[in-house]
Every structure is written in structure tokens, then in C-alpha cells.
Design a protein around this ligand. Structure first.
Ligand SMILES: Nc1ncnc2c1ncn2[C@@H]1O[C@H](COP(=O)(O)OP(=O)(O)OP(=O)(O)O)[C@@H](O)[C@H]1O
Ligand SMILES: [Mg+2]
Length: 248
């Protein structure tokens, strides 16, 4: 049972504001357990990317605790936090953030330069980093060797998304964080891609946190959390907007 698995992410009583005095997120508790595939849903601007920034230690809350794999991210120095993230978390960014002057393979293997444990995970399987990058790209649907040789700037959005996913998955990090990476794809392609992502996460034992505004993806996941149910700021916002509607 997943409910008996240890938490890999535990957020306690956190608050975060981009602008002083107007918090975007105020979350009492969020626990994600090892091996879970969790979907967090919320409309545009509701704070999904901000939440992922907190989970990955890219952003620091003004209050509360973010524990990842038992480490309190607030207690780590910025450089230790960067290293911790590289080692344990594969990020698929909303805009992919591929490096334009690196090849497809170099983009995929890039995190290994900052993450000894992920490098070691590959060495243990007896394959070269490049081979593992190609295996992941092939499994995610980039099978054409000509395509893999191209510059990432010459790939379609769907192809870039696969490169970004392979980069997050390489070396089996403990956690995969995916920020709405499928929004540019049609429904069939989207589901097929998510299933391949699941297969890789399961094979690696990685926990998956996936955010999106798209409710049709919800049934694919072990658990779905509408962001407004955990974010006290959006409850406040929802209550205000429904009051306005009632009085209008
Ligand atoms: N770098 C920033 N500086 C100031 N405000 C920001 C910044 N990034 C986000 N915000 C604000 O924080 C709120 C939440 O933004 P966030 O990007 O987390 O939403 P989101 O749910 O990811 O939206 P989308 O679905 O459009 O990606 C928004 O009101 C946004 O304007
Ligand atoms: Mg976002």
C-alpha cells in the first residue's frame, strides 16, 4: 500500500508571496509518498509553478517547512540546495528550458555533470551515459537517429518535450517534477506520453509530481489534488469570487 510508504515530500504550514503582503500559497500540509504518481490541478495563475519551485528548493517560503527525502530544504545553504536538487529531482519545466547550443544528447546527459548518484546509477547498469540517453529518447518516442543529431532549436514542441522528459529521467532521480509539459499536445499524444513517463518512473522507483490545468488527465494518476483544496489563499479567493457572484 502506498499509504504505508515513507513521505518523500512533506510540506508543513508554508506560506509564499511574490509581493509582500499578498501570499500566493498558504498550505497547511502536503504529503507525497514514495512511488506515488500525483496530479495537482489548478487554473492558470493559481500557483502551480510556484508550488513546484518550493518543492524543488528553487524558491524559499517565508514561513513553514519543506522536507524532501527527510532533508529540510530551508536548512541547506543555497549551494547545498542546488546540489540536492540536481541529485534527487528531475525537473520537466513548463517551457522545457533546453540549452540551445547543446545537442539533443548533451541536453539529456547534462544533469549527470552535477549529480554523482545519478551518474552512478547509470554506471551500475553497465551502459554509457550516451546509450542511456538514447534509450530514454527512443522509449519516449524519439526514435529517428537524424532527429537526435539535430540542434534542439530545430525540434517541434512535442519533440522538445520528450528531450526535456529524458533529461529529467536520466540516472533515476528519486523525484520527477513535471510542470504542465503536455499542454501543447493533442489528447491522444498526451496520454501516450504520460503512460511512457509512468513506465520510466515505475522502472526507476521515482515519485512523480505532475501539475496541469487539464482535468482530463486526472484519471490516469494514483491521486489527484485540486490545488484550491490545499491552498488556503485560493479558498479565500474562491469565497470572495462566489460572494461577488451572489451579490451581483
Ligand atoms: N516571478 C514572478 N514574480 C512575481 N509574480 C509571479 C512570478 N511568478 C508567478 N507570479 C505570480 O504568482 C501567481 C501564481 O503563478 P504561477 O506561475 O505559480 O501559476 P501557475 O498555476 O503555474 O499558472 P500557469 O498555469 O499559467 O502556468 C500568479 O498570480 C503570478 O502572476
Ligand atoms: Mg505554471
Amino acid at each position: 500500500m502506498l499509504s504505508s510508504h515513507p513521505p518523500v515530500i512533506a510540506l508543513k504550514d508554508i506560506q509564499f508571496s511574490w509581493k509582500a503582503g499578498t501570499p500566493v500559497l498558504d498550505i497547511q500540509e502536503l504529503i507525497i509518498r514514495q512511488g506515488e504518481k500525483v496530479f495537482i490541478r489548478g487554473p492558470s495563475g493559481s500557483g502551480k509553478t510556484t508550488l513546484l519551485g518550493l518543492l524543488g528548493g528553487v524558491l524559499t517560503p517565508e514561513r513553514g517547512q519543506v522536507a524532501v527525502l527527510g532533508a529540510d530544504l530551508n536548512n541547506l545553504s543555497p549551494s547545498k540546495r542546488d546540489h540536492f536538487r540536481a541529485e534527487h529531482i528531475g525537473f520537466i519545466f513548463q517551457m522545457f528550458n533546453l540549452i540551445p547550443y547543446l545537442s539533443v544528447i548533451e541536453n539529456v546527459t547534462l544533469p549527470l555533470g552535477f549529480a554523482d548518484a545519478r551518474k552512478y546509477n547509470i554506471i551500475q547498469t553497465g551502459v554509457e551515459e550516451k546509450q542511456e540517453a538514447i534509450r530514454l529518447l527512443n522509449h519516449l518516442g524519439l526514435t529517428d537517429p537524424e532527429l537526435i543529431k539535430r540542434s534542439v532549436t530545430e525540434l517541434s514542441i512535442g519533440q522538445q518535450q520528450r528531450v526535456a522528459a529524458a533529461r529529467a529521467l536520466i540516472g533515476k532521480p528519486d523525484i520527477i517534477i513535471a510542470d504542465e509539459p503536455t499542454s501543447a499536445l493533442d489528447t491522444d499524444t498526451r496520454e501516450a506520453f504520460i503512460k511512457l513517463l509512468f513506465e520510466e518512473c515505475e522502472a526507476a522507483g521515482s515519485t512523480l509530481v505532475f501539475v496541469s490545468h487539464d482535468p482530463t488527465l486526472e484519471p490516469l494518476f494514483d491521486r489527484s489534488i485540486p490545488l484550491h483544496t490545499i491552498n488556503r489563499m485560493s479558498q479565500h479567493w474562491l469565497a470572495e469570487s462566489s460572494n461577488e457572484q451572489e451579490t451581483a
